[in-house]
Design a protein around this ligand. Structure first.
Ligand SMILES: [Ca+2]
Length: 402
């Protein structure tokens, strides 16, 4: 099926509105009778009092926003899936689309997806973004590019495609596409992780090392495979591969433990959190805690097998996870500090995950009346920001109440 190409998008600019903050206390939300959302772990009482939180709309009128990054002076950078990158001013005003993106194929789950700023952005104005890149005919794949944001923030300069997933496939699904700047001992090591989906129709390729389907790759900020990647020099294996056996990973971040954390969608059940280690196999589609959409078993029906890394945690039924961020700041008090936050597209909440000794010990559902949560990040102000996924998506700040 042909994918419509994104128009160059000189659409009318919506100047949007702020902050008549949707007041919504998280504790009040939690007290409401929820829709039956299954949680596979017991929920003990939190170890410290949870803060009262207001969901404050920073900006609206964003068309299927997918990712938010943070610019100096309180500005934001937001991707819109149809193929636009926008600066959002600190007061919520949307600027016209940033010019100079490469060609993006928008359709289905594809389009302009993740964006992150370089850790040294204040000096180099460099950002990284990933998107659905067109190929021959109706084919496409995920690609990763770097660019410099012009001083006036109106266009991209020096755009370089750092990596293109191979092979390109005719599919509108499972692009993966989260970018993480790797840090070692707290310092950027000059490389980036990129999550790559199995394109739905090519699940068996997730177990083969001669392609980039169903993989996490690690590439240099100038492109190319770092020499210490696990499969460099191995016959029949692509050198960018970091880990394999993944299905469709739309959330990833560096953890406070210095390791890469990611989550991925299962089929019917079996969404997972993993900590991908170099060269390891995360099992898809040989093992899963879920089943196929028609109810049939995946592989021989096993959920774990020797040689395949089990997930740290799984959600069955699936929550359809999106975005992933650790809260490092003190802004919400001790109960939330160090928690992991994950959006749920399917059940429409923000999952606050308590961890102890590296294990999930409790989950709490927040923001249950905002709609589908697409991204969650901690801003430089220490506050959490989320994006909602809709034709009129919002950027929302979680404001702790005194
Ligand atoms: Ca797995």
């Amino acid at each position: 099926m042909a994918l419509p190409l994104t128009p160059p998008a000189p659409t009318a600019i919506r100047l949007i509105v702020i902050a008549a903050s949707v007041c919504l206390s998280a504790s009040a939300v939690l007290a409401q009778a929820p829709v039956p959302v299954p949680v596979p772990v017991p929920v003990p009482a939190p170890s410290a009092a949870s803060p009262s939180v207001t969901a404050q709309t920073v900006a609206t009128g964003l068309q299927h926003p997918w990712a938010v990054a943070f610019l100096p002076e309180g500005r934001f950078l937001v991707t819109e899936r149809p193929g636009r990158l926008r600066v959002v001013d600190a007061d919520g005003k949307l600027q016209p689309p940033v010019q100079g993106l490469p060609e993006v194929v928008a359709g289905g789950q594809g389009g302009l997806l993740d964006v992150v700023t370089d850790s040294d952005f204040a000096r180099n104005r460099t950002l990284y973004f990933c998107y659905s890149e067109p190929g021959q005919g109706t084919t496409n794949s995920t690609a990763l590019a770097s660019a410099r944001l012009s001083a006036d923030r109106q266009r991209l300069e020096d755009v370089k495609v750092l990596f293109s997933q191979q092979p390109k496939v005719s599919s509108t699904a499972h692009f993966g596409c989260r970018v993480v700047e790797r840090r070692v001992d707290g310092k950027p090591d000059g490389t980036l992780f990129l999550t790559l989906g199995d394109r739905f129709s090519r699940r068996d390729d997730a177990q083969k090392l001669d392609n980039h389907l169903g993989k996490i790759v690690r590439v240099g900020k100038d492109g190319g495979a770092p020499k210490d990647n696990p499969f460099v020099g191995k016959a029949g294996a692509l050198p960018e591969i970091w880990s394999y056996g993944h299905r469709n990973s739309q959330g990833a971040t560096m953890g406070p433990d210095g390791r890469l954390w990611q989550h991925e969608h299962g089929a019917q059940g079996g969404d997972e959190i993993n900590l991908p280690q170099p060269g390891k196999n995360y099992g898809w589609p040989l093992v899963s805690f879920g089943v196929n959409y028609d109810g049939s078993q995946i592989g021989d029906g096993s959920s774990v097998k020797p040689g395949l890394e089990p997930p740290l945690h799984h959600w069955t039924p699936s929550i359809a996870p999106s975005g992933m961020a650790f809260l490092a700041s003190d802004k919400y008090g001790p109960a939330w500090k160090g928690n992991l936050f994950v959006g749920s597209l399917k059940f429409q909440y923000l999952d606050r995950i308590e961890l102890k000794d590296g294990k999930v010990v409790a989950e709490h559902q927040l923001l249950q009346d905002l709609g589908r949560i697409r991204d969650v990040r901690q801003g430089p102000d220490g506050l959490l920001y989320v994006l909602t996924d809709s034709p009129m998506g919002k950027l929302v700040r979680l404001q702790p109440q005194p």
